[in-house]
Design a protein around this ligand. Sequence first.
Ligand code: NDP
Ligand code: 8X3
Length: 255
Amino acid sequence: MKKTILITGATSGIGKSTAYRFAAEGYQLILTGRREDRLKQIANELQHEFNSEIQTLCFDVRNREKTIEAIQNIDSNRFPSIDILLNNAGLASGLGTIDQGSYDDWDVMIDTNVRGLLHVSREIIPIMIRQGHGHIVNIGSTAGKDVYLNGNVYCATKHAVDALNQSMRIDLLPHRIKVTAINPGACETEFALVRFKGDAQRAGAVYDGFTPLTPDDIADTIYYVCSLPHHVCINDLTLTCLSQANAHYTHKKNI
Ligand code: NDP
Ligand code: 8X3
């Protein structure tokens, strides 16, 4: 029987690359995000290229009721099990000192990166417990291992993901559900564009002077941790590009 992966935030970046990677490996896909046009386009491409079985769910992970409703709408005939949950939807909003932080930016990061991850996990974990297996992959960050200047609330949300990742693993041990954190360093996606609210110049400058990770690099790593023998668990994996040591040391050339 084909396996199914549910990916939150599949409309862009790491989530989108992971959808393509798992589709190429013959997985069935449940893809989520807020931008319905992109979900439809990606689903069409994957059906055309890989003949994938796909359901798209358009909802905002911050909204608890909509998340519950969307997950209740999963077609269990087509998707009798959910083998992997990739908790990937997330963002940074703004970059500034704590005394000048925007309440709205703080809310959107906490509500998406922490509450959103909890909403989806709370609905999927009982399904995994009932089916007797599952693998949850939480996208953390180097910002969840260390903090950096002006990163304050984003770093706090990713530290929360780190704590939840560890807690989930303990709580779900009796149910034989794997829990893995993937903690990427700088990776060129729409992340910086979102952080800087559409300022392409500022977003592009983030990657000046070094070669960052690509979303395909992360997707390959996610596929790797998900394809190990049943008894083998990678619990926590941090990956950076060659120029980055951790959340605050990046060696940049000519800038
Ligand atoms: P992108 O901006 O390219 O993708 C983010 C994805 O999250 C989009 O598909 C977006 O979909 C979705 N998303 C955001 N907010 C919501 C929401 N409220 N409800 C549902 N979906 C949402 O960035 P990345 O691919 O880089 O980010 C993916 C994850 O990786 C995030 O958790 C990020 O923190 C983490 N990360 C990124 C790094 C980087 O350098 N890029 C490094 C370390 C971690 P839509 O807008 O359609 O809803
Ligand atoms: C995203 C990477 O360096 O902007 O988590 O925090 S960084």
